[in-house]
Design a protein around this ligand. Structure first.
Ligand SMILES: C[S@@+](CC[C@H](N)C(=O)[O-])C[C@H]1O[C@@H](n2cnc3c(N)ncnc32)[C@H](O)[C@@H]1O
Length: 206
């Protein structure tokens, strides 16, 4: 991450990892280093939706980016066999970038058919708004990584952040459509910290 760049995530390490989780980070994570991919999910949390994408698109490479190592460990635990620690067949198309996605995007020239961002941290306090990931600059960076007809799909239950993102798409000169999507519940959708009725979704294209 460049020095002047705003940090968009909280801590990178939470509670101590189990021995199995640490072993997966040490031995399996390096084998899943991303090169090129077809679908990207940013800030995958515990990885429920990354796994869903992998099962639904067996012929595509799914890249998940997440700097919170306990989240990375949760995904690794869920995609590997408990006895052998080998990646299960249905998840062999997953690759993991265990860091800030902006660093990945700047050095990788993949063009994605879909880029997912589900329940990005809303940073609701006025003094924290600058830490929001989905600024117009970031959306512009994402748009450069879209394949022809590719889509950025954003979901949040924080409706004020949703409206703010919509404004950012306008500043970035991108086309945004409000959509109704029926997708699996992620941990943060389940938490519904904003206390709204449902998430809202935005589909953004070049
Ligand atoms: C509120 S959580 C949502 C997690 C998950 N998508 C869900 O719906 O349960 C937001 C996640 O975005 C991640 N995040 C924030 N900034 C990021 C960045 N620059 N690159 C990649 N992930 C980021 C955080 O670490 C955090 O896990």
């Amino acid at each position: 991450m460049e020095k002047q760049e705003i940090r968009t995530f909280g801590r990178r390490h939470g509670k101590k990892l189990s021995a199995r989780q640490q072993s997966l980070i040490d031995n399996i994570l390096p084998t899943l280093y991303p090169t090129t991919g077809d679908i990207l999910e940013i800030g995958f949390g515990a990885g429920e939706h990354v796994r869903d994408l992998a099962r639904n698109h067996p012929d595509k490479t799914i890249i998940g980016a997440e700097p919170f190592m306990n989240g990375v460990a949760s995904l690794l635990s869920a995609i590997t066999d408990e006895k052998t620690n080998q990646v299960l067949n249905e998840y062999k198309n997953i690759r993991i970038w265990a860091d800030d996605v902006r660093d990945f995007l700047r050095k990788n020239d993949s063009k994605f058919s879909q880029i997912w961002v589900l329940h990005p941290d809303p940073w609701p306090k006025a003094r924290h708004v600058k830490r929001r990931l989905l600024s117009s600059d970031f959306l512009t960076l994402l748009s450069k990584h879209l394949a022809t007809n590719g889509e950025i799909i954003i979901g949040t239950d924080h409706w004020e952040y949703f409206d703010w993102i919509l404004m950012q798409t306008k500043s970035a000169n991108l086309h945004a459509t409000i959509a109704n999507l029926d997708i699996i519940q992620t941990r943060y959708q389940h938490k519904n910290k904003a206390g709204t009725d449902s998430p809202k979704y935005l589909i953004i294209k070049n």
